[in-house]
Design a protein around this ligand. Structure first.
Ligand code: 9D3
Length: 264
């Protein structure tokens, strides 16, 4: 089954290279994805192909006119009647791995990329199924967000990734950051690869990787652990590190209260 993607934009050239690299390209070649950037300007009625206009009520900036967008949308929907229509906007629902997984189950996606101050509100109300933001920072348009979302979604389409780096193995899929990775040489600028990874002991390697993932998540993104239900194996690792920390603290307070240590 092919996922159909149409991106409505006034800058379709931004997508030309996007479709031709990496996993996105492979998915298209294997028939799992169809990607099409549609020029909104091509649907403008007037001689100058105008797609924006001044805002009612005044103010600086321009607003995307509803008519060309509506025409482009109707054409896209006629070709892909089962698609959901997504408006890229800073006011949208924050995009996440969960959103990506939901979108990956759809037959088709139609992206509306805003430019200027945004699109006329009546287009949003009439045509849009969901408004999505990719995060709380200000970009100049919805094209990069649409690429980000296609990139995250395509690798979740069944069969797009091989078993080797399948989506089920994603760090976000199991709620932990990934452990560190190493490749040759065995010693790089004086820094060796952890011995256990060279041991050939797969149980020990799995244990090290889980421990490395857990500790890394605790240090870099502790909030990811807040609602986690830990496995018995994970709890054992946490207890081990808790003991290590307790000992460090004990040694510290012992030295600081030592009358012969010279300080405190
Ligand atoms: C900050 C106030 N306005 C600009 C003077 C609003 C505004 C309108 C349009 C801000 C940015 C944009 C263009 N951005 C997008 O279209 C966009 C976006 C983003 O800026 N951040 C995160 N996700 C997205 S999705 C679409």
């Amino acid at each position: 089954m092919t996922m159909d993607v149409a991106v409505l934009t006034i800058f379709p050239e931004m997508f030309e290279r996007f479709w031709t690299h990496g996993i996105v390209r492979r998915a298209i070649e294997q028939g799992q994805l169809k990607g099409d950037a549609i020029d909104i300007r091509a649907y403008a009625e007037d001689r100058h192909k105008v797609t924006d206009d001044r805002p009612y009520g005044g103010g600086c900036g321009m607003v995307m006119k509803p008519e060309p967008l509506a025409k482009a949308l109707r054409a896209a929907r006629a070709r892909m009647p089962e698609a959901v229509t997504l408006l890229m906007t800073p006011q949208g629902r924050p995009f996440s791995q969960q959103t990506a997984a939901e979108l990956a189950r759809r037959r088709g996606l139609i992206f509306i990329c805003g430019r200027y101050e945004g699109v006329d509100e009546r287009v949003a109300q009439r045509f849009v199924d969901a408004e999505i933001s990719i995060g709380d920072y200000v970009l100049t348009g919805g094209e990069l967000p649409a690429m980000v979302i296609v990139d995250a979604v395509v690798r979740l389409i069944p069969g797009v990734l091989g078993g080797q780096d399948s989506a089920a193995q994603d760090s976000f899929a199991d709620g932990l950051l990934e452990h560190a990775h190493y490749t040759r040489p065995r010693v790089f600028e004086g820094r060796p690869v952890p011995d256990v990874l060279l041991s050939g002991n797969h149980a020990a390697i799995d244990q090290w990787r889980l421990e490395a993932a857990l500790v890394r998540t605790f240090l870099k993104r502790p909030e990811l652990l807040e609602d986690r239900v830990f496995s018995e194996q994970e709890l054992a690792i946490l207890r081990k590190w808790s003991k290590k920390l307790e000992n460090l603290i004990k040694v510290q307070s012992a030295c600081c209260t030592d009358p012969l240590s010279g300080h405190q």
